[in-house]
Ligand binder design. Structure first.
Ligand SMILES: [Zn+2]
Length: 444
């Protein structure tokens, strides 16, 4: 770390972020889906740390044990819009036998904190708590009101978490215009020495589809030109083979422009073929934008029939579709065409796409905070291929950014650690995160 960028938090904050990450990992908040999860002990832990910083956290549950925590820090400028800082408390399941260290041990070994949630996203929860508590000790107040929210149920439907908060407790988020949370400002090593820090300014929408093919049931030995299985298979094959056209959203366009400049390439972003050529030239860094230059629809499940010599009257398939901000209409009309007249489709689950401005003052301040502590890094905007709690909070008019800063050494593949085996985070990365988060939140 450069001498000019020592940071403003105290040593205690650097100790606490590590302890909090480890402690939160040890509180098993596995979200198995279907309502099978208990966030309450983690929520109580977070609330206790907030109360220790002189705040008055509120615990909120739609369902017993599925606890959310919200607290507000009053800013010095009452006319300024509030900023939401949110992190989820639940984690995806982990199979202990696959891991080098028990996934809920929170073990700190050779300067690395191990366990489920180390990057998604108990690290960020711990960073938020450490910064807030450092401010209480140091007498720091932010300019804007900050609303701190720790949510349940992000890893499933969000119905007991951010969805519930947005629907039932909008008043707690009064004045919030922007929010920050997971999946951004981590180090992406491109393999040739460049360190890229992608900050998320958008998310693709979720369109999980149920396809139903209808036909004429009958004996498997007879002629049947209305076979539901054949119809479904044809529709699924067309969807799987479809080449979605390139559509650049403002965020993805900005991402490609900045990456092209970083690699010394003259981009022609108005020619769709040239976009694919550019992606080819970006090497590993293409992974940051490739999933978001177009919509996508991947067939994932098939259900039909019960006996080999019986043609069923119906066949059902599922498709994981994702659409770009502004891309939902095209997604729908394309699916109408690809499924054809004999196959119906409906949204099994649908979530909005998000587009956040890259030209905003807040984005510039996030960029500056990262650059202060990682002067060798290159900040670029990017669009997330999937989604986060920001989708639910967008209903309150809150523009979401993915900003949970981590300086990762080479060999730490952030994408692979997410929901992966041996999820872990270096202590140094957490310290960097606290410095950058503190810097950003002070200036935001
Ligand atoms: Zn997450």
């Amino acid at each position: 770390m450069a001498d000019s960028a020592r940071g403003h938090v105290d040593e205690e904050a650097l100790d606490e972020v590590v302890r909090f990450t480890s402690d939160l990992i040890r509180i098993d908040t596995t979200n198995h889906g279907g309502g099978d999860c208990q966030e309450r002990p983690a929520a109580e832990y977070a609330a206790e740390q907030l109360a220790g910083a002189g705040l008055e956290p509120t615990l909120l549950e739609r369902t017993k044990g599925r606890t959310n925590v919200v607290a507000r820090i009053e800013g010095t400028d009452p006319s300024a819009d509030a900023l939401l800082v949110h992190g989820h408390l639940d984690v995806v399941p982990a199979q202990a036998e696959d891991w080098s260290v028990h996934p809920f041990s929170g073990e700190i070994r050779d300067g690395v904190v191990w366990g489920r949630g180390a990057v998604d996203m108990k690290n960020m929860d711990a960073m938020i708590l450490a910064v807030v508590r450092a401010w209480a000790r140091l007498g720091v107040r932010p300019r804007r009101d900050l609303v701190i929210a720790f949510t349940a149920d992000e890893e499933a439907s969000a119905e007991d978490g951010s969805g519930f908060l947005a629907d039932e407790h909008a008043g707690l988020f009064e004045g919030c215009t922007e929010g920050i949370s997971e999946s951004g400002a981590f180090t992406f090593h491109d393999g040739s020495g460049r360190q890229i820090y992608p900050i998320a300014a958008g998310e693709r929408g979720t369109g999980w589809l149920k396809l139903t093919a209808h036909g004429r049931a009958g004996h498997g030995s007879k002629v049947n030109r209305a076979n539901a299985v054949t119809r479904l298979a044809e529709a699924v094959a067309r969807i799987g083979a479809h080449e979605w056209p390139v559509r650049l959203t403002p965020t993805v366009r900005a991402a490609l422009t900045e990456l092209a400049a970083l690699y010394g390439i003259e981009p022609d972003l108005d020619d769709p073929d040239a976009v694919d050529v550019l992606l080819g030239k970006l090497g590993p860094a293409a992974a940051l934008v490739e999933p978001t230059v177009r919509n996508s629809a991947n067939p994932t499940m098939l259900h039909a029939g019960y006996k080999v010599n019986v043609i069923p009257g119906e066949a059902v398939g599922y498709v994981d579709g994702r659409y770009l901000p502004g891309g939902e209409d095209e997604f729908r009309t394309t699916l109408d065409r690809l499924t054809g007249p004999d196959v119906d489709w409906e949204f099994h689950h649908r979530e909005v796409a998000l587009q956040s401005p890259v030209e905003s003052v807040t984005f510039a301040r996030m960029r500056a905070a990262v650059e202060e502590f990682a002067p060798e890094g290159h900040v670029v905007p990017f669009c997330m291929s999937g989604g986060t709690d920001a989708k639910q909070f967008s209903r309150l008019g809150i523009t979401g950014y993915g900003f949970s800063p981590l300086k990762l050494p080479e060999g730490y593949d952030y994408g692979a650690l997410f929901h992966g085996v041996d999820e872990r985070v270096p202590v140094e990365a957490l310290h960097f995160g606290v410095h950058v988060l503190d810097r950003f939140l002070r200036t935001a």
